[in-house]
Design a protein around this ligand. Sequence first.
Ligand code: ISE
Length: 336
Amino acid sequence: MSRTVNVGIIGSGGMGARHASNLTYMVAASEVTAIMDVDAARAEKIAARCGGARIYSDAERLIAAPEVEAVVIAAPNRFHAKLTKACIDAGKPVLCEKPLATGGAEAREVIEAEASGGRRLVQVGLMRQFDPAHVAVKRISDSGAQGNALVFRSVHINPSSDGSPSLGDVITGSLIHDIHSARWMMGDEIVRVHTSYIPFSADTPDSARYVMVQLEFAGGALGGLECNADSGYGYEIEVSITGETGVVHSSPLQSPVVRHSNASGQWVEEDWLQRFNEAYVLEAQAWVQSVLDGEAAGPSAWDGYVSMLVADACIESGLQFRPQAVKLPERPAIYR
Ligand code: ISE
């Protein structure tokens, strides 16, 4: 007999709404039964689209609710670690949006809570791992057809920024995805980073408009991550891996190429919800399947934690104007 996973969603802003509609319309085996938001009107609007989920104003009450078997956390970043720990304490599987925490020390608390329970319950929303373009680049690189991987590169272009984000905002909010892609696609750990950035203006030296990070991997490979926080023209993500005898890179734009009147052009995606539409659906399907299997899969809390440690080192490096080593703690048995 088929089974349905009853999901509670914390946060009904852009990401919460996207997860709610994917879990309702794109994942046959899930139902959204509860939504929490401090903005009740916003939660009710999303709940109505999901066929009448129950509304909560308190996240901990939603986590404890009997009609909630598994939880999606799409609340503001500062609540991620605390709410993920509450789900672990309640023994409920959780998909927490990235970043897992606001810093390495806080992410460590999540790791410790999950490891002491002895089983994985957490998947982190580092969803590039479900994007067919990223997966294809990794598969080709892993095939060894181009020799050993020497260099990982990613270019991350945001359409616009909300005000003048700080270096920390850009790294933990945007580049954290590319940090994870680098570790996952190269199958290696980042041991050293060096960050440079351009602020929005001389009056806001801690703001970051364009960030570049050089990476060194434990196995000797190199990497480069770039993020334009405010391109003014659209959204693009490109990843590449250079091997000893070739290079494989994703196409920065997904749309068809149109040639007309001696000109050639491509439409540029508006934002990540549009660019990663398919990846979010595949992520939700895989997560629900893992809940049914009783075994967490996908990017783990360990991945969320290590990405955060690398992010912390990138921020420190940028603010100190010098390279920074990344010290990796020992990996608890449940993540091996
Ligand atoms: C946003 O929050 C995301 O998660 C997107 O995937 C990322 O590309 C973007 O830069 C972030 O602001």
